[in-house]
Each structure stands twice: as structure tokens, then as C-alpha cells.
Design a protein. Structure first.
Length: 290
């Protein structure tokens, strides 16, 4: 088998592979930068919780309209935002912290979503909702994912400075600016949007994977925020393309293959990167010296 047959021919000869590649590129550009900020804000597990929070809304959309793009997107977005803001409200009016309240809502959402989808009695559709179908993306799904990626890039450009400050010194941001709540809730909105976007390609169980794993890999290679965002998106696209090729040649599900390849990149980075286990640590640059 030549390099062309192994790498280029699957995308050149099959439209579903090109659609899957386009979808992973859009997710890499829109979702992975959100994962970088989730990591920096120590909210990566909250991202996992939010990814499951969209399930009941998507399931209700499915129950009403079947595999309708509009109904499942609207339901997932509404459910995700409802859980995020409900968890924030509970955290501000009780003794529970936001991560604890979000975990409670996430568990209830996941159980309710699986129950709702199971009412149809069709296990195949349940698997598609949970694990996605990146090789079955149609024009409407691709346009939705691309639109959310574009909106995310513009939103991130507007919120970049307060988000960066909030990651490293939230108390300072609250002291000098009134944009802290806007940055916090605007960022959560972008995260939910990208989880809904990733849901259509990778399902609710793995949508957060393409957010977190490439961003974590990039974090091991660099301390620069700009480099982390760019490298994370590049690694996400590399993992997506390699996962699609693995799925094509090994005849395995594409979504899990993409996440496994991203996981492989993470472990390689964990071993070899300057911020990993085996290589010397990244240098610490001191801003003030005596």
C-alpha cells in the first residue's frame, strides 16, 4: 500500500470522509480553544459534566422530531444553558460550590437523557446520540458546526483579554473591571455551543474529548497562551484526520477512533514534551529579579 492509498485516497475518493475531515477541522478551530481555557481555569471536569448536560434536551428533540438537526440542536442548547445557569444559581445561594452543584445536575441530566432516548426502543439511535456519527455529517450539520466555530472564534477574540486575566488572577480582574461576569458567562455560553456542535459529530459522551485532550497536549509543550491555542487546534485536526484514517482502514467507529488518537498524542506529549514526565521542565521566566 502506497502513502497515497493510505492517507490521501480515502479523502479523495469518498465524500463522507471529506465531510468528516471538514467537521473535525471546524471542531478543532472552535472547540479546542475552549478546552484550553477550561484547562487554564481548572474546569476540565466541569466541561465533561456540561457535555452530558445537553443530553436530555437533545433527547427530547429526538423524541419529538426524530434525528432532526434543528430540534436536537435547540434542545441540547437549551438544556446545556439551563444546567449551567442552574448550577451557578445553586452555588451562589447555598453552601455548595459550582462544581458540586454542576455534578449533581449532570448526573440527573445524563440519566434523564438516556431514559428519554430509550423510550423510542431503538438502540441504534441511542448509540448515535451518545457516540455521534462523524462519517454521517450532511451539509446542514457541517454548516452548523462551521457557523458555531466561526462564532466561537469571534467571541473568543472579544473575550480574550478578560478570559486570560480571569485564568491567572480572577481577583485582579474583579478589582479593575466589571467584565468578569460577562467573561465568565460568555465563556460558558461558548462552551455549551461547542459541546452542541461536537455532539452532532462525536456524541454527548465524547464531544468534550476533542476539547480537552489536544489542549492538554499543547499545554505540555508551551507556556504561551497564543502558542497553546494554535498548537491545540493543530493537534486536534491531526488527531481527527488520523482517527478518520484509522476508522477507514481498520473498520472501527470513527468517533472513538478520533478520541483514541487524540489520547495517543496526549500520552506521547506527556512522555516527551518539555512539560512532561521524561523531558526537562519548561523554563520559568521571572518578570522581576533583584
Amino acid at each position: 500500500m502506497t502513502i497515497y492509498d493510505a492517507i490521501i485516497a480515502p479523502f479523495a475518493d469518498f465524500g463522507f470522509m471529506r465531510r468528516g475531515l471538514a467537521g473535525t477541522l471546524a471542531l478543532a478551530l472552535g472547540a479546542t480553544p475552549m478546552g484550553a481555557f477550561l484547562l487554564l481555569r481548572r474546569m476540565s471536569l466541569m466541561g465533561e459534566a456540561m457535555s452530558h448536560a445537553i443530553l436530555p434536551g437533545a433527547a427530547l428533540g429526538y423524541l419529538v422530531s426524530g434525528l432532526s438537526l434543528g430540534a436536537m440542536t435547540a434542545g441540547g442548547l437549551a438544556a446545556g444553558l439551563a444546567v449551567v445557569f442552574a448550577a451557578g444559581l445553586v452555588a451562589r445561594t447555598s453552601n455548595l460550590k459550582e462544581d458540586a452543584s454542576l455534578a449533581a445536575f449532570y448526573l440527573l441530566s445524563l440519566a434523564a437523557g438516556v431514559m428519554i432516548v430509550s423510550l423510542s426502543g431503538r438502540n441504534l439511535d441511542l448509540l448515535r446520540v451518545l457516540f455521534g456519527s462523524v462519517l454521517a455529517l450532511d451539509d446542514a450539520s457541517l454548516l452548523l458546526i462551521a457557523a458555531i466555530a466561526t462564532l466561537s472564534l469571534f467571541g473568543l477574540a472579544l473575550l480574550l483579554r478578560p478570559l486570560a486575566l480571569e485564568c491567572f488572577d480572577p481577583a485582579f480582574l474583579r478589582a479593575v473591571s466589571r467584565t468578569s461576569p460577562l467573561a465568565h458567562y460568555g465563556f460558558l455560553l461558548l462552551v455549551v455551543l461547542n459541546l452542541v456542535s461536537g455532539f452532532h459529530a462525536l456524541g454527548t459522551l465524547m464531544a468534550v474529548g476533542i476539547m480537552i485532550l489536544p489542549a492538554a497536549s499543547a499545554r505540555l509543550w508551551t507556556r504561551s497562551l497564543a502558542a497553546m491555542l494554535a498548537l491545540g487546534s493543530g493537534l486536534a485536526f491531526l488527531g481527527g484526520a488520523a482517527g478518520l484514517l484509522l476508522s477507514f482502514h481498520a473498520d472501527v467507529p470513527a468517533g472513538p477512533a478520533i478520541i483514541l488518537v487524540c489520547g495517543f498524542i496526549y500520552f506521547v506529549s506527556l512522555a516527551a514534551a518539555p512539560g512532561g514526565l521524561l523531558a526537562p521542565r519548561l523554563p520559568v521566566h521571572r518578570h522581576l529579579s533583584s
